[in-house]
Design a protein around this ligand. Structure first.
Ligand SMILES: Nc1ncnc2c1ncn2[C@@H]1O[C@H](COP(=O)(O)OP(=O)(O)OP(=O)(O)O)[C@@H](O)[C@H]1O
Ligand SMILES: [Mg+2]
Length: 313
């Protein structure tokens, strides 16, 4: 797995030529505006006054996957999403250029100070937008490119749970992952195997709708756009929900509001906590950037839900 250079320095050497070839426009300036696990996003000012966003990835092919996912998701929600302008790749580079979205991502702590009413409106709009995806059904579970599984359990176990636990075991053996955390995930996996939903329908999910991937107007806190799908698939609807509590917890009551609008089955709280901890740990296997605090919060939530479940069973 080759890790690509998505630095400002690398892009400054190649981006002006690429944009000239692809869009027939000159670059006036560009600057880094944000980045998470696998991508770095740059705001590019063009000499004709236009602004675009360019995302550069650490791994090849991610630009094509994001293009596919943005295409399917934007067709199935009324919330705005960036429009793809082009993708480009060479041996050292993978990028996707898209329309620039105004506003700010909702990780900005200033949004926490908004009034309850304003926050409620924002949350209602986010959940409604997500429910539009969740009303799109498919006859198989799986990745958008190739959904082949008849059950959510088979899909999750085969493509995620087992490979991730195996990979984490190897990391543990090398001393690069906590044995205590792995044992907790193994124990939780056994419980999950007993309480996995049996009769769920495959629905379209974004897969990474945390507050960093939701853009809002800085003044009004109106929802502007959903961005950055990296795990869009045909899945059990609950698999879209753990990201709602990532980072500031459920400060905007996104998870609670979803549950209120669309009731979830028994054990959903445990499963959602389990999916969150598993995904966060799995980021270590894909060269992803780990924020130890987010990982710890996911594990604390999982422990809490396991305790609740044990008391109930
Ligand atoms: N089209 C866009 N217009 C304006 N700002 C954007 C756009 N795309 C991304 N951003 C900003 O850049 C930040 C990082 O972008 P994004 O979420 O796509 O990358 P990432 O989290 O690094 O990706 P990944 O989760 O795939 O590793 C966003 O939180 C947002 O603030
Ligand atoms: Mg993101």
């Amino acid at each position: 797995m080759k890790i690509l250079d998505n630095s400002n320095k690398h892009l400054s050497l190649i981006l002006p030529d690429i944009i000239l070839k692809k869009l027939n426009k000159k670059v006036a300036e560009f600057k880094f505006i944000g980045g998470g696990s696998y991508g770095k996003v740059y705001k590019v000012l063009l000499s004709d006054g236009g602004i675009i966003a360019v995302k550069a990835y650490k791994l090849q092919e991610m630009q094509k996957e994001e293009e596919r996912q943005l295409g399917v998701l934007s067709e199935n929600t009324s919330v705005k999403m960036p429009e793809v302008l082009f993708t480009y790749e060479d041996d050292d580079t993978a990028i996707l250029a898209m329309t620039f979205v105004e506003g700010h991502n909702v990780l900005n702590p200033l949004f926490l100070l908004k009034s309850r009413k304003v926050k409620q409106k924002f949350t209602g709009d986010v959940v409604s937008g997500m429910l539009e995806w969740h009303s799109m059904t498919n006859n198989k579970f799986g990745f958008l490119s190739n959904p082949v599984y008849d059950s959510w359990y088979d899909f999750y176990k085969t493509e995620m749970q087992q490979p991730w636990l195996c990979g984490l075991e190897k990391l543990c053996d090398k001393g690069n992952f906590s044995r205590k955390k792995l044992n907790l995930l193994k124990e939780a996996s056994k419980i999950f195997d007993c309480v996995c939903p049996e009769d769920s329908t495959p629905v379209l999910i974004h897969g990474d709708l945390n507050i960093m991937n939701i853009m809002a107007d800085t003044k009004s806190f109106n929802l502007i756009a959903f961005i950055d799908p990296c795990g869009s698939m045909w899945a059990d609807r609950e698999y879209d929900l753990f990201q709602f509590r990532n980072m500031w917890g459920d400060a905007y009551r996104l998870y609670e509001t979803y549950k209120h609008k669309c009731s979830l089955s028994e054990y959903a709280d445990f499963r959602v906590a389990y999916y969150g901890a598993m995904l966060e740990a799995s980021m270590r296997l894909k060269g992803g950037y780990i924020v130890p605090l987010w990982e710890d919060l996911n594990f604390i939530r999982l422990k809490k839900e396991m305790k609740k479940l044990k008391e109930k069973m």
